[in-house]
Design a protein around this ligand. Structure first.
Ligand code: NAD
Length: 478
């Protein structure tokens, strides 16, 4: 089991983190070329972290299996490969990110000056991670924070204890403690961290409910936050999804709904289908479910619900829904260890319990609609700002209309989920689904302050002199 960090030690850990950061800045201050030295130090930590993860790959896979039966394949596809991509992308681009960016300023006053934006490190930052992608969503922000020059305190999810321990081991072995420390714990320990005034940034990934608690605590100390929260992401299959594409569309929707057993922040959470497509969707759903899972057992259905209450909650919803449940034909009985057989529920109403919150389970409710406007009105009324939105339609004008009215964190047209792995595009939510972006340059921006630096040559005084007294109307016309 996971040993929580004693609450009494937590303030010292934060002070140590801030002190380590300050000492590093003094070290840079004393070097001949601080930026070059800073780059070298950051890169060394990032490279060590990359190899540290690589060296412990198998332990990570085993830990995730022991925490919630995640398969090796899934851990690689949805967690380790994206993590490596992000890390290598950061290492490759860091020399560019760290250089001040020249701005071509259009005000005449600065025509003869140099105007630059420099992204400066913040200090000591807190990263709080969720359980569902416990490695990626912890180590990706940690790497971004290091790359941006900060010291980090990581609070992994206590719901995945084995993974939390492996990550601590990797970090201890590969990264200098002056850069990263780990605090284990649950509500009390995290509460102590978020109320500490010495952090310079909090990067939180998790539920919207806890996001509010984090934002409130941070606001007291004016600590900036990035909040990567949840939400119920809708999928539209409109009347303009071509019949020939419907099967592929469903495969893509199910990939989004059933990966990690549905425990994905940007999962396809519910499916809105135009009534003209419903019969075909029903027929093809059966076909695709049988193709995906010709056999249904603990070997083919891996990832479990994270804990008993999550499991019971889903079973209750499935028992109470009035919709028609479709599962792979081979699914005969319940599976052990909190596993749930992928289930598509047809003919769901808006007042069904499956439509209340994120399902976070391999369950996809399908709501038929007649009028697109009505369907959109319900989306806006019930779940106004989803983290993602997926639209399957061949008609550009229709796609544009949906995108105009529904403001989501991200969006895919004719697919699901994959926008999250685009390394050069921002990822983040809007309002209840989050604040701030990361990935690529946006990860760097999340952990730095953009400082404008204007350098004035002395020789431009003949122009700049107009600002000094004595004033005259003649000076105004210059
Ligand atoms: P959670 O909010 O329960 O926990 C996240 C973290 O907050 C954990 O480290 C936990 O220890 C801590 N925490 C829990 N209760 C707390 C409290 N009262 N005070 C302070 N800290 C507390 O989330 P989870 O169940 O681990 O993750 C699932 C949620 O995260 C879903 O809502 C999902 O949509 C969201 N999520 C969002 C993203 C994203 O990128 N936007 C990614 C993954 C998950």
């Amino acid at each position: 089991s996971l040993k929580f960090t004693p609450v009494g030690d937590i303030d010292d850990i934060v002070v140590k983190s801030r002190k380590a950061y300050d000492e590093r800045q003094w070290h840079l201050y004393r070097t001949k070329n601080p930026r070059k030295e800073d780059l070298k130090l950051r890169l060394r930590q990032l490279q060590n972290l990359y190899y540290g993860i690589k060296d412990h790959e198998e332990e990570i896979v085993e830990a995730l299996e022991s925490d919630f039966n995640r398969s090796r394949y899934e851990t690689f596809v949805i967690e380790l490969i994206p993590l490596y991509n992000h890390l290598l992308h950061l290492i490759d681009n860091l020399p560019r990110y760290i250089e001040p960016e020249k701005i071509s300023e259009s005000t005449n006053l600065f025509k003869l000056s140099s105007v630059q934006v420099e992204r400066i490190s913040l200090g000591s930052v807190l990263v709080i991670a969720p359980f569902n992608y416990p490695v990626l969503l912890a180590l990706d922000p940690v790497a971004a924070a290091i790359g941006s020059g900060n010291s980090v305190v990581l609070k992994p999810s206590e719901q995945t204890p084995a993974t939390a321990q492996v990550m601590e081991k990797i970090l201890k072995k590969s990264v200098d403690p002056s850069w990263v420390q780990v605090v284990h714990g649950s509500v009390e320990e995290t509460g102590k961290l978020i109320n500490n005034p010495h952090f310079d940034k909090i990067f939180y990934t998790g539920s919207t409910k806890v996001g509010r608690i984090v934002a409130e605590a941070a606001a007291k100390n004016l600590i900036p936050v990035t909040l990567e929260l949840g939400g119920k992401s809708p999928v539209f299959i409109t009347e303009n999804c071509a019949p020939g594409n419907l099967k592929t569309a469903l495969k893509r929707v199910f990939f989004g709904a059933f990966s990690n057993s549905g425990q994905t922040c940007i999962a396809s959470d519910y499916l809105l289908v135009h009534e003209s497509q419903v019969a075909k969707v029903r027929e093809l759903t059966k076909e695709v479910l049988d193709e995906f899972w010709p056999t249904v057992n603990s070997k083919t259905i891996n990832t479990s619900m994270i804990h008993d209450s999550a499991y019971k909650g889903v079973i209750e919803k499935l028992n109470s829904t009035r919709g028609e449940k479709l599962q792979p034909s081979d699914a005969k009985e319940q599976l052990p260890d909190r596993r749930i057989v992928p289930t598509v529920v047809l003919g769901v109403d808006w007042d069904d319990s499956l439509m209340e919150n994120e399902n976070f389970a391999p369950v996809l409710p399908v709501i038929p609609y007649r009028d697109l406007d009505d369907a959109i009105r319900m989306v806006l009324k019930e779940h106004r700002n989803p983290l993602a939105m997926y639209i399957f339609s061949q008609k550009k004008q229709e796609v544009d209309r949906i995108m105009t009215i529904v403001k989501s964190g991200g969006c895919m047209i004719n697919d699901t989920l994959l926008h999250v792995v685009a390394v050069d595009a921002p990822f983040g939510g809007i309002r209840e689904s989050g604040q701030g972006n990361y990935h690529g340059i946006w990860s760097f921006a999340a952990f730095t302050h953009e400082r404008t630096v204007v350098k004035q040559p002395y020789w431009i005084e003949f122009v700049n002199g107009v600002r000094y007294p004595p004033f005259s109307t003649k000076k105004l016309s210059l």
